[in-house]
Design a protein around this ligand. Sequence first.
Ligand code: 4AD
Ligand code: MG
Length: 465
Amino acid sequence: METPGRIRIINVLKSKETGREITVKGWVRTKRTSRRVTFIELNDGSTINGLQLVVDAALVGEDKLKQISTGACIKAEGLLVESPGSGQPVELQVKSIDIYGHADAETYPLQKKEHTQEYLREIAHLRPRTKMFGAVLRIRHAMAYAIHKYFNDNGFFYLHTPIITASDAEGAGAMFQVTTLNLDELLKSKEPRIDYSNDFFGKRTSLTVSGQLEGELGALALGQIYTFGPTFRAENSNTPRHLAEFWMVEPEMAFYEIADNMTLAEDFIKYLVSYALDNCADDLAFLNTKDSDLLARLKGIVETEFARIDYTEAIEILEKVDHVKFEYPVYWGVDLQAEHERYLVERHFGKPIILTNYPKEIKAFYMKLNDDGKTVRAMDVLFPAIGEIIGGSQREENFDKLSARIEELNIPTKDLWWYLETRKFGSAPHSGFGLGFERLLLFLTGMSNIRDVIPFPRTPRNAEF
Ligand code: 4AD
Ligand code: MG
């Protein structure tokens, strides 16, 4: 179905049906006048490409044409003709123009062609109109769709896990609290004291850091599920890889061992990258003009087999490195830093790696303990330039072992009794992982800051738009 009252520019450019009268609506990217003809590049967001409007001032009116500048929103009617210029297959010989919204040339913040990413972040309400952001946002959409398609085609069910939760899945403690208690009023009382039994849910609640624990409940009933939604972390990390609000894709599968989990993760990422190459060609071609390696990197990933190595092997490799000085020391048991991960991926292996069998001390309580009693069946997928893109594991399905681990870590069992019950009734081996959606988009778009692959980033001290 075509949009009422207009043809979207993506379809105009595709159809190449010249000789017909059409109506288009969109925003002016550029306007230039040569002799008696004015050329307007119109974009409506449906594609990165613009439609060239050829405007005769005598036809639409000198005054009206003067009012149209970069950023203005207009409707144009005219005849679609073959374009004599080399830049485009077709162009519109305009018969009439209506102006929906002006954009004052003196004050419109996107007047210039090139802006820094920092500047654009300050005008997040307008940056979707830039070429770069339009490309990123269309790719983001395509990837969300491809994620649902991949899982649906492979027999996974989409499970909606809650956003408000009373448990802390990762045990990291960096959560945003959710409350309806009036903190201002509380402070005014003589002896300020918080009684969560008076709070909305009758207990302390937060925004979820992961849908995994509830995802496991789904997998142990439906076989294989995935969640895909916003997750929240209140860690104060101001890095180009961290957001306080980000989207995570979390599949969870009954009867999957850790190796099956790795195979799925690799197949999933390759599918998504291939999907982008096949379906986002124009946007990727544009991004490739900013980062000339991008397309080659994407194609490379699809064709490369990821390396699978043990944490212990990784430490051995890193300990032997003498030509690079790491800021953080390397020893068995250490939580690998970005510099270590990047050395392994970019310099040692030269391709994505899946690291597994980490020391239990540096991983979450739910991971399955190996027979050595020291390591757990964790797996992290590490990517060039990005670092960790996926974190996952086989889950501990043994009730006694899981209970012991929970006790060891002093996690209050009163919050997790329901999780433990799945290990009591019909427990099954199972595995899953979480893909950071924005980390994936960083890789796909070649953007260098995670704030530039989400429409309205949430980071410490930043929630304006
Ligand atoms: O490794 P993480 O913490 O794993 C979990 O949350 C598991 N419960 C997932 C599971 O097994 N179902 O996070 C998973 C991924 C990371 O690999 C990273 O890509 C992304 O989520 N991530 C972030 N992305 C942006 N900003 C942050 N602050 C992120 N923290 C994690
Ligand atoms: Mg992780």
